[in-house]
Structure formats: structure tokens, C-alpha cells
Design a protein around this ligand. Structure first.
Ligand code: IVH
Length: 681
């Protein structure tokens, strides 16, 4: 490369890395995999090392990504929060060991090997054993105060367990403890499903969702998502520690303070043993509750850590990464395959999502036939074409995505993909969503949108009509027996008879099943309407407050924001929905067709728990959360996600977390399952 080419390549890499940093750290919506990001950063670092004349202080190789965002108070870390150097290469790991051997003039070095948790880094401050603060990494020097959100994490003690053993280390006056906030796969799926039900954007993997959740301004919403945490690192400690002098003894100390720590780490000597431990970790990691994208190898003794110190200290006036640690990353599961077609899916809200139809390929144990292409901008950015050979990966090992096109394998007559300007179902001109990337079908009568809406309405989570799944909805639409949900309630056995051979039993059962849901719970109907932002929980709030569809349709914005737990965004979404004539017609059509939903049991007169708010925490001896909720609601009570002064009871089971502590602090009555049964009579 000529100097000019080098310079422009460096400029391009810097701006690309900066763009991806912004998407990863601030927006929690990365476009590329960690593997590709690491590749860009590595190329940049190598060019800067070879051509020092083009190195620059503001380069991203001399900074850590910045996660700070609007709306949070910024707090300085007492000790900088750096990142780690990482490698995908065994020989580089061996070089790391060789460097340390030289610096310490020793061969037989002791290391710990820990899982590298793919979560969001935070630093907790405990003063005299009490959790006082939780701060994100930010730019390494200063992060966002996310204390209220971190305090919603069950299983994170707000007070360190004091030592029972008199010789053990007393709790320090002040200690910063670092760790990673994460979400389990099942919780990630649960929340994404809710996002889908309320028509909101899905998260690609648990890490992004955890990052997005930690940066929510409303800690009540955070409390409804089960964030978890695992701790592994030491920041400032005053007075300096006396009870531990190495990473391995620090891990034991964390555990005896009652803090959540990694389930397994290895304390080994020499680099061969490190490599063996990494191999063991690789076979175990898929069973872990957190995503593990690598191993972190640390020099065990703190005294030796202090000798080798940090990279960047001095010349850049800022610590960059420790010389005493190295992250070995596992290469992601990916596979090569061909795109046979690009199809478009129209969602219930009208959003059009492009999907790559793939030549089936085996990836991380499952056969992948389709992968999301996200949106038109993504297709253009990656220049994905039909006929291309592409790399597919499981983003966060869950949703398959097209990573990149293998240009060298592109067939000669392969034309650029033109995103259609019309809805594939109704041919209406697509419009770009305001301020977003989605193309939307605006036709209120689009048959595909309608099909999705009807499926949603009759689904288990909503009105729950027995026997009315996707296939039957399709059949009814095809024969033009229904146009919208209210037509369901007008169906007669006679019109259904011709649809199936000897269809009499089926037709009678279906008509009866639909009739039986004329008096479905009001919240189910509200949920079934598909109002943006309104999932099951909000639908229950609305049903409790307004008690009929007509009253809800007339609710003012002011009425709506006054509902406990309703933000402005949800209130506005509800009001906007009912402002649309087509939606009002739908509601009156449902009434005319005989739908007469049941309001919740009267909160003022009926029920043993009428007007009472109850918060559940921990595991109950016999009832599941859903069963307990159903019992409370049947008795007129309300289940809420967070404890406040307005809470009447906290129902606590085994392993109750911070909610129990908060209840005690606020003087809220705590009951157990037996206590609940007593209240219910
Ligand atoms: S130790 C001085 N240990 O990965 C930095 N970090 O990519 C010491 N991480 O910044 C960090 N698991 O946010 C350490 N067992 C572990 C880790 C871990 C995940 C994160 C951490 C770090 C990042 C580097």
C-alpha cells in the first residue's frame, strides 16, 4: 500500500470502529459480530503500529468504547475500568505468557482461567459493607450511575455478609467490585416475545437486551426483567486488602461475602495447564447460565500484577489494558451457504421484514434454512444479493443472521437487490417509518396484516379461541368468510360446512368455541386488539381501570398517564390507537357482533384482596408465580412488579431477593404462601 492508501485505510477503519462502538456501547444494537469487530480493530492497531506517523491519540485503539448516555448522572471510577486485550490465537496466548515470564524473570507462573462473560460491565461500590452505587464502564474513567436499576437484580446482596471467622478479613471501608450484568437465554426469549406482542423491535441477543435494560430510565420496567449479575474483579479498596492477595483468593472472598461469582474457574501453573483449562471451559460453557464468549487468563498474584502493570499508563495518560490479563476468545459458530431467495414478511403492525431463504446448512447443532436480513438498509449496506454465498452465524448463538457476503464467490450475473416499493401482499406503496429503518405497509385492509392481527387476537396469549390457529385463519380468509376479528363472532355452521370434508363436527366445535369467548376477560380482548406498546400486563391495568372497551376508547391522555406503571409512551400509543376511525369501527363492530367481555371482578366490593397490591418475590413452596398471580387476581388483588409504599403485601418465598429487603425497609407487611392462603380464606 502507498502511504496515501495506508492513511485512507486507517481513516476508514477508525470511522468504522467508531460507528460500531456507538452502536454496541450506546445503542446496544450492534450491526456486526464481535468477531468481525475485533478483526477491524486488530487491522487498525497493526497499521498504526507499522506506520506510527499515522497513529493518533484520538484513535479508538487508544480508548475504550464509551457507553455513557443521556439521562444518567455521571460518576468517576476511583480506579479506571479498563478493557482486555483479546486474541483468537493460541500462539498469541503463549506470547502473553512469554512476555510475563521475561518481565517477572520467572517460568512457573500461577494463573487463573475464568469464563469471559458476554454481558455488560459494571462497577459496584460497597461502603462499610453496604451497596451504595453501581456505575457502568462509560469511557473507562467515568460511567453512568445505574444504581436503581442494578438494585432490582435478585440475588445481589445490598449488604455484604460479615465474616463469621474472627481471623477473616473485615469488610473494607470502601471497595469497588467489578462484574458483568447479563440475562439468561430463557429470559431473553420471554422479553423478546413480549416485544413482539407489543409490536416493538426485537433484540438480537441477550447481551444487547441486558445493555438496553440497564440503560432504561424507568427502574420499574427494569424490575420486570430478570437481570442477573456475576462478579469477578477488584477496583479500589480502602484500606488495602489484607484478607486476599491474589485473584483466586479474591474469588473466595467474594463468595464468602455472599456475592454471586462464576460457577467455575481454574487456578493453574504454566501456560500448558492454561491451555488445557481453556479446552475444558470450551466444553462446559454451553451449560452456563450466561453467554461465555471466551476465557480470561489472569496472573494470579496481585503482587506480580502490580509489577507488570498496565499498557498505556504514562504516554496516553490513561490506562488501557492490564499486561497481567489476556482474553482468549472462542471463534463464533458460523457456516457458509447460498441465498436462494429473499422473501418479505409483513407483520401485524405492517412492518416489512426481509428474510434470506437459504440452502439448508448445519450450524451449531441445528439446520438453518432462513436468516433475518433485518431491513432494507442492512441489505444495501452488506450488498446482499440473491445467488450470493454468505456467512451465517447465530448472533448471541440464538437468531441466525447473515454476517457477510463472500464476494469472491459471487456469480457473474448477480444483480443488486432492489427492495420492493410495494407491499408483497396488497401492492400498496410502502412508506418508511418516521425516524426509523422499517418500511411499513400503511393499508389498514392489507390481507397479510389482517391475517397476523386475527392470529394474534385468537392466540393463547389473547382471547384464546380453541381450534383457531394459523391454518384455520388462513382458510377462513381464503374463502372470504372473515375480513377482520369481529367477523369471527358472526360465523355460522352452514358457511363453514363446505370448507372441510365431513366438516360438521369441526364446524360446530369452532362456532361453539368462538361463542364461548364472547365473554372472554376484558384484558384478553384489549391485548388482542394489538395496540402498540400494550402487552398482557398493560392490558390488565387498562381493564381494571376502565372496565369496558367503550370507556377505554374515551379515556383521555391524562386518565391514561395516571395509571400506576404507565409511562407517557404507552399512554400516547393507546390514545393514538383509539383516535383512528378504523380502530373505532373495529371496536364497535366487535360489540355489534355480540362480544361482551367480562371486566375484572369488582375491586371495591368483591374479593378478599379487593384493592390490594401484592408483590411476589422468590420461589413459593407449592404455587408457581402464574398460579399465585391468578389466585390473587381472582380475589380482586393486583400483582405489581416493584415494592413501594403503596404495596400492601410482599409475598416472599425461598431465595427472595432485594424486594424483600425493600419491603422490610419500607415497613410493608411480608407474608408467605400460607399467609396468602389465609388471606384468601
Ligand atoms: S477482568 C482490567 N474477567 O470482558 C480488566 N473481565 O473484553 C479486567 N469480562 O472489560 C477485566 N468476563 O467487562 C474480567 N472473568 C472476567 C470477565 C471480564 C467478562 C469483560 C470485562 C472486560 C471485557 C473485556
Amino acid at each position: 500500500m502507498s502511504p496515501n492508501e495506508v492513511q485512507s485505510r486507517i481513516a476508514m477503519l477508525r470511522s468504522e470502529v467508531a460507528r460500531h462502538d456507538e452502536r454496541y456501547y450506546r445503542q446496544a444494537r450492534p450491526e456486526i459480530s464481535d468477531f468481525d469487530y475485533d478483526g477491524l480493530k486488530r487491522e487498525l492497531a497493526e497499521l498504526e503500529a507499522h506506520f506510527p506517523e499515522f497513529a493518533a491519540d484520538e484513535s479508538s485503539t487508544r480508548r475504550v468504547g464509551d457507553d455513557r448516555s443521556e439521562g444518567f448522572v455521571r460518576v468517576k471510577h476511583r480506579l479506571a475500568m479498563t478493557t482486555l486485550d483479546n486474541t483468537y490465537d493460541e500462539s498469541e496466548l503463549r506470547e502473553f505468557h512469554a512476555r510475563l515470564g521475561k518481565a517477572l524473570d520467572a517460568e512457573d507462573l500461577a494463573y487463573t482461567v475464568e469464563p469471559k462473560i458476554d454481558g455488560v460491565a459494571v462497577s459496584l461500590t460497597y461502603k462499610k459493607g453496604k451497596l451504595t452505587r453501581a456505575v457502568t464502564r462509560g469511557d473507562g474513567e467515568e460511567g453512568d450511575d445505574v444504581t436503581a436499576n442494578v438494585k432490582t437484580i435478585r440475588g445481589l446482596p445490598h449488604v455484604l455478609k460479615p465474616a463469621v471467622d474472627l481471623l477473616a478479613m473485615p469488610v473494607p471501608d470502601l471497595i469497588e467490585i467489578r462484574g458483568e450484568v447479563f440475562l439468561r437465554d430463557e429470559e431473553f426469549r420471554r422479553i423478546n416475545q413480549l416485544q413482539e406482542e407489543t409490536g416493538e423491535a426485537l433484540y438480537a441477543n441477550p447481551r444487547n437486551l441486558a445493555a438496553g435494560t440497564l440503560k432504561q430510565l424507568d427502574s420499574k420496567l427494569v424490575a420486570t426483567r430478570r437481570l442477573e449479575i456475576v462478579l469477578y474483579g477488584l477496583g479500589a479498596c480502602e484500606p488495602p486488602p489484607t484478607g486476599f492477595d491474589s485473584q483466586s483468593t479474591f474469588q473466595s472472598q467474594l463468595r464468602s461475602w455472599g456475592l454471586p461469582v462464576v460457577g467455575k474457574f481454574w487456578a493453574v501453573r504454566g501456560i500448558d495447564a492454561v491451555w488445557t483449562a481453556i479446552g475444558e471451559l470450551d466444553t462446559l460453557r454451553r451449560g452456563f447460565v450466561y453467554a461465555t464468549d471466551g476465557a480470561v487468563v489472569k496472573l494470579d498474584a496481585f503482587a506480580q500484577q502490580a509489577v507488570v502493570g498496565y499498557r498505556g499508563a504514562g504516554q496516553a495518560a490513561r490506562k488501557l489494558s492490564p499486561r497481567w490479563a489476556c482474553a482468549y476468545k472462542f471463534a463464533p459458530d458460523r457456516a457458509e451457504t447460498r441465498i436462494n431467495a429473499i422473501t418479505l414478511q409483513v407483520g401485524r403492525t405492517g412492518a416489512v421484514t426481509p428474510v434470506a431463504e437459504l440452502e439448508p446448512v448445519l450450524l451449531a447443532g441445528t439446520t438453518v434454512k432462513r436468516a433475518t436480513l433485518h431491513n432494507a438498509d442492512e441489505i444495501a449496506r452488506k450488498d446482499v444479493r440473491i445467488g450470493d454465498t454468505v456467512l451465517v452465524a447465530k448472533a448471541g448463538e440464538i437468531i441466525p443472521a447473515v454476517v457477510r457476503v463472500l464476494l469472491e464467490k459471487r456469480p457473474p450475473q448477480c444483480e443488486a437487490y432492489v427492495f420492493p416499493s410495494e407491499c408483497p401482499a396488497c401492492r400498496t406503496l410502502l412508506m418508511r417509518e418516521e425516524g426509523g429503518v422499517k418500511w411499513m405497509c400503511q393499508n389498514p385492509e392489507c390481507p397479510e396484516k389482517m391475517r397476523r392481527k386475527i392470529e394474534h387476537f385468537s392466540s393463547k396469549a389473547c382471547v384464546d379461541i380453541d381450534g383457531l390457529g394459523e391454518e384455520i385463519v388462513d382458510l377462513l380468509l381464503k374463502h372470504e368468510l372473515i375480513k377482520n376479528v369481529s367477523d369471527l363472532f358472526r360465523l355460522k355452521v352452514e358457511v363453514l360446512l363446505p370448507l372441510k370434508k365431513s366438516g360438521e363436527v369441526w364446524a360446530t366445535n369452532l362456532v361453539n368455541a368462538i361463542a364461548a369467548r364472547r365473554t372472554a376477560d376484558l384484558w384478553r380482548v384489549i391485548h388482542g386488539l394489538g395496540i402498540p406498546q400494550v402487552g398482557a400486563a398493560s392490558a390488565k391495568d387498562l381493564a381494571r381501570r376502565f372496565r369496558s372497551l367503550d370507556a377505554l376508547a374515551e379515556a383521555s391522555l391524562n386518565d391514561l398517564v395516571q395509571i400506576d406503571g404507565f409511562g407517557e409512551k404507552t399512554a400516547e400509543a393507546v390514545r393514538t390507537w383509539f383516535n383512528q376511525p378504523a380502530n373505532l369501527m373495529l371496536v364497535s363492530g366487535l360489540g355489534n357482533a355480540g362480544l361482551n367481555p367480562a371486566p375484572p371482578s369488582d375491586a371495591t366490593t368483591g374479593g378478599a384482596l379487593a384493592g390490594k397490591t401484592i408483590v411476589l418475590t422468590g420461589t413459593l413452596p407449592t404455587l408457581s408465580r402464574e398460579e399465585a398471580t391468578a389466585k390473587i387476581e381472582a380475589a380482586g388483588g393486583k400483582v405489581s412488579g416493584s415494592v413501594s409504599r403503596k404495596t400492601h403485601y410482599v409475598l416472599a418465598g425461598e431465595e427472595a431477593g432485594s424486594k424483600l429487603e425493600k419491603a422490610k425497609a419500607l415497613g410493608v407487611t411480608v407474608i408467605d404462601e400460607a399467609g396468602l392462603m389465609e388471606l384468601l380464606g
